[in-house]
Each structure stands twice: as structure tokens, then as C-alpha cells.
Design a protein around this ligand. Structure first.
Ligand code: NAG
Ligand code: NAG
Ligand code: NAG
Length: 245
């Protein structure tokens, strides 16, 4: 009976504190004059370390994450082709630089503007459609590198209480990725017809930013959801009182 009680007490003590920020993360005092600058550094520092997991606060290793399938709808002007990307992995976050991270405590909004110098994703692809009126199809593996990509993220947070502690959740999120330039490879386009593949890859390369503008909403939505899912796992574990000093 005694052991039983002790166990209950211990588990209550643990859960009522919630998870603490990992000690290698920077913690900011919401009353400090340079809070926003501190938060900008703290977020940059945390994201850069996400090439390994922090299980105690629900954070995954971003580089080991696999997106099983992502279908990007055809654009309306230049890139009228549906793409299905499978087995997708992301990398490059270890070099993230954040220009601005702002938390508005009155509105519970979090806005981030960070740059990932070499945002890379690797995948298997299936594509079929038209690019600038030229037909394109293929099925193989590929990669994309977006250079100096601005990640503009905004979160509208809500609050709820769990075991007497206040926690944030995500009510709304938005992501816009704006790369300075895009490099890529798609292997096995046109069932391996190299000549046709080279011709179309040149068109793709010459118009990469224009094409991205035509189809970016599919990528923004997909990656936005990945980041929101990870961020929410973290917010579920760490109560508001442990996020800041
Ligand atoms: C998924 O990708 C990884 C590495 O990029 C590769 O090793 C693995 O074989 C792929 N799996 C499938 C099912 O294509
Ligand atoms: C980031 O990771 C890449 C690939 O693993 C590596 O080449 C690069 O040196 C790393 N950069 C930093 C700043 O750690
Ligand atoms: C693409 O290739 C994979 C593996 O070879 C196959 O399972 C799939 O059905 C192919 N898709 C198309 C649209 O040909």
C-alpha cells in the first residue's frame, strides 16, 4: 500500500512540472529588454541542433524525418504537371540563420523569419504533364536544393490547462518559403531517354524560380504541416512556465 502511494506521488510530481527545456537550449526572460533578440538566437540555436532528437521535449531529428508521400498539384501557368514525391527526407537546417523571431504575448502570435542557406530534399518522384507547353514525364529518384531560402512562419497559438499548468497549442499556421535560386536533379526522366531529359531539365533550370512561383503553395502547405506537427509535439510537453524565465 505504501509503495503504491509513493508511486502516485512521484508521478504527480513529475507530470505537474511538465518537461523542462533541454539544458543546451537558450532560455529567455520575457521581461528582459532584449527579449525578441534573445528569442531569435534561442530559436536559431534550437533549430540548428535538430540534427539529433530531444525526445524528452518531443522534438524529432529533422534530418531523419521521412515524408512518405507528398502530392503537389499542377500549377496553372508554367508547370501544368502533377508531381508525387515519395520517401522524402529534408536537410540543411543545421545552418539555419534567423533574422527575426517575434512573440506577441497579447495576441499569442509567433512570427519567424529564418534563412536556410542550403535547404535540400531527396525523394523518389513520379511526374506527368507539361512544362511551358513541352510534355514531361518520368519516374525515378531526385533531389532539390533551394539556396538562401527565406522561411517565413507564423503561428497563432491558443492556450489550455493540463494538471494546473498552462500550455500552448497551435490554432493556425502559415509558411512561405522563398528561395533565391533552385538547383535540382531528376534521374530517369522519360524512362532514361537522356536527350529528351536534358532538353527538359534545361527548361526547368532556366525557369526554376518562375515554376516554383506557380506551384509553391503545395510545398508551403506540406512543409508547413511538418513543422507545425513537430512544434505542437514540443508545446504539448513543455508548459508555458518552462518555455521562458
Ligand atoms: C528511401 O530513401 C532512403 C535514403 O534516401 C533509401 O535508403 C531507401 O531505400 C528509400 N526507400 C524506398 C522505399 O524507396
Ligand atoms: C551541416 O550538415 C552538413 C551535412 O551533414 C555538413 O556538411 C555541414 O558542415 C554542417 N554545417 C554546420 C554548420 O554544422
Ligand atoms: C514508378 O516506379 C515504381 C518503382 O519502380 C513503381 O512502383 C511505380 O508504379 C511507377 N509509377 C509509375 C507512374 O509508373
Amino acid at each position: 500500500m505504501k509503495h503504491y502511494l509513493v508511486l502516485i506521488c512521484v508521478s504527480l510530481v513529475f507530470s505537474s512540472f511538465g518537461a523542462k527545456l533541454p539544458s543546451v537550449f537558450i532560455k529567455c526572460n520575457r521581461k528582459q529588454a532584449d527579449f525578441q533578440q534573445c528569442l531569435t538566437k534561442a530559436v536559431e540555436n534550437a533549430v540548428r541542433q535538430m540534427d539529433h532528437p530531444f525526445k524528452e521535449v518531443g522534438l524529432l531529428n529533422l534530418e531523419s524525418l521521412v515524408i512518405p508521400e507528398l502530392t503537389v498539384s499542377a500549377g496553372s501557368r508554367v508547370f501544368v504537371a502533377q508531381q508525387t514525391l515519395k520517401n522524402m527526407t529534408l536537410s540543411g537546417f543545421n545552418e539555419t540563420k534567423c533574422a527575426k523571431v517575434e512573440f506577441d504575448f497579447d495576441k499569442n502570435t509567433l512570427n519567424l523569419d529564418c534563412i536556410v542557406p542550403h535547404f535540400r530534399f531527396d525523394f523518389s518522384y513520379e511526374i506527368n504533364g507539361q512544362i511551358l507547353l513541352v510534355s514531361i514525364y518520368g519516374n525515378g529518384t531526385g533531389w532539390v536544393v533551394m539556396q538562401d531560402s527565406h522561411f517565413e512562419l507564423s503561428y497563432q497559438l491558443g492556450e489550455y490547462e493540463k494538471k494546473g499548468k498552462k500550455y500552448f497549442n497551435i490554432n493556425n499556421h502559415e509558411l512561405k518559403i522563398q528561395p533565391r535560386s533552385i538547383d535540382f536533379d531528376l534521374r530517369n526522366l522519360f524512362d532514361g531517354d537522356e536527350e529528351a531529359a536534358d532538353r527538359v531539365k534545361k527548361i526547368l533550370k532556366d525557369n526554376a524560380l518562375e515554376i516554383y512561383k506557380d506551384i509553391h503553395s503545395g510545398y508551403d502547405a506540406a512543409f508547413g504541416k511538418v513543422f507545425a506537427t513537430i512544434f505542437e509535439r514540443f508545446l504539448t510537453k513543455v508548459p508555458v512556465s518552462n518555455l521562458f524565465d
